[in-house]
Design a protein around this ligand. Structure first.
Ligand code: TRP
Length: 361
């Protein structure tokens, strides 16, 4: 079977290094692997509006930011179709039919929705659109017949819900939709990169993110003030790795050849960790190394961004083309869905014959 990727992000802010190791880097590898016949990358603005209904300007402003982050991370519009969710009306139509296949209690049990409701203080008044966004996400995935959805582990419940909808649809209406598989990051540190302050999640409001678009000095400043081991007061003290953000970042970003280049005292991260735990390795030295590692990673991203920033109309044009191309695919799926559901009355010759026979007999 053809292998097709669909994934995406809500345009609510610029993308940070957590997005990079958690998904963007992988997407570029998958794109360049040549294993996939189609790759769709969605800017999920309609989903972003489900909890930002009163803040459309935020979503509108961040479309271009996310698009620039995609392109600068190495997504290539010749190989990957970048699209804007709201420009594909077929997705809304699919969602409407899928809604009949999901119960309220099933949505209430979705762990991601549950925790997001808490985070947003929605308990008393959950917007219906927000509550049902897992259904619209199932539409996103199935519309493009995606076989593979590379996302972070927080999206696992969404994929499960999608698979249930696919099962239910196919068993009620006949084999129509493709069951997607989740593709999780393969490195544990990449699953959920903590904020620079050691908090579990990077978030704009906590100010603990390193953005892909941060300039060199900003990255350095953030790295040098990163959370490490509070008990590691003197260089000679033994240090702890558990919960030590700098080492988590090194797990996610460093490669052996970077040691030869920037910190030749060690051959690899294990040796550096060992010295840190033994005592005698100061935080500043480790942070300086992490800074070099991050700068090496971010430099090509920064320079690609600078190029694309010179042609903003070109970026919008590419999003328009991508959305148009994507709509054609979604329209095909919607046609299949309506046929399976037998709501394609005007194409249904048998229906017309059946009804005229009924009336002529
Ligand atoms: N829910 C995803 C997020 O918050 C964004 C998203 C929307 C998505 N539609 C999708 C991800 C379809 C994968 C597939 O990041």
């Amino acid at each position: 079977m053809e292998k097709i990727i669909l994934t995406g992000d809500r345009p609510t802010g610029r993308l940070h290094v957590g997005h990079y190791v958690g998904s963007l880097r992988r997407r570029v590898e998958l794109q360049d692997s040549g294993e996939y016949s189609k790759i769709f990358i969605m800017i999920a603005d309609a989903q972003a509006l489900t909890d930002n209904a009163e803040n459309p300007e935020k979503v509108r402003q961040n479309i271009i930011e996310v698009a620039l982050d995609y392109l600068s991370a190495g997504l290539d519009p010749k190989k990957s179709t970048i699209l804007i969710q709201s420009q594909i009306p077929e997705l809304t139509e699919l969602s409407f039919y899928y809604m009949n296949l999901v119960t309220v209690s099933r949505l209430q049990r979705n762990p991601t929705v549950k925790s997001e409701i808490q985070m947003r203080n929605f308990e008393a008044s959950i917007p219906v659109g927000f509550f049902t966004y897992p259904i619209s996400q199932a539409a996103d995935i199935t519309a493009f017949k995606a076989t593979t959805v590379p996302v972070g582990e927080d999206q696992m419940p969404m994929l499960e819900q999608t698979r249930e909808i696919v099962h239910k649809f196919n068993s009620v209406y006949g084999e129509t939709l493709v069951e997607p598989n989740i593709l999780l990051p393969d490195n544990k540190a990449c699953m959920r990169l903590p904020g620079t302050d050691g908090m579990a999640k990077m978030s704009k409001s906590l100010g603990n993110c390193i953005y892909l678009s941060d300039p060199e000095d900003e990255v350095k400043k953030k790295v040098m003030s990163m959370y490490t081991d509070p008990e590691h007061l003197q260089v000679s003290d033994p240090g702890h790795l558990e919960g030590n953000t700098v080492f988590t970042y090194l797990d996610a970003f460093s490669k052996d050849d970077m040691f030869a280049e920037y910190c030749p005292d060690y051959n690899n991260l294990d040796e550096m960790k060992e010295h840190y735990q033994r005592g005698g390795l100061g935080d500043v030295k480790v942070k300086k190394f992490l800074n070099s590692v991050l700068q090496e990673t971010l430099a090509p991203i920064r320079s690609r961004r600078a190029e694309w920033e010179k042609d903003i109309p070109g970026v919008y044009e590419l999003l328009k083309k991508g959305s148009e191309e994507a709509e054609k695919v979604a329209a095909e799926t919607l046609r299949d869905v309506k046929e399976a559901m037998k709501i394609n009355y005007f194409e249904d010759k048998a229906l017309i014959t059946e009804q005229s026979e009924r009336y002529s007999s």
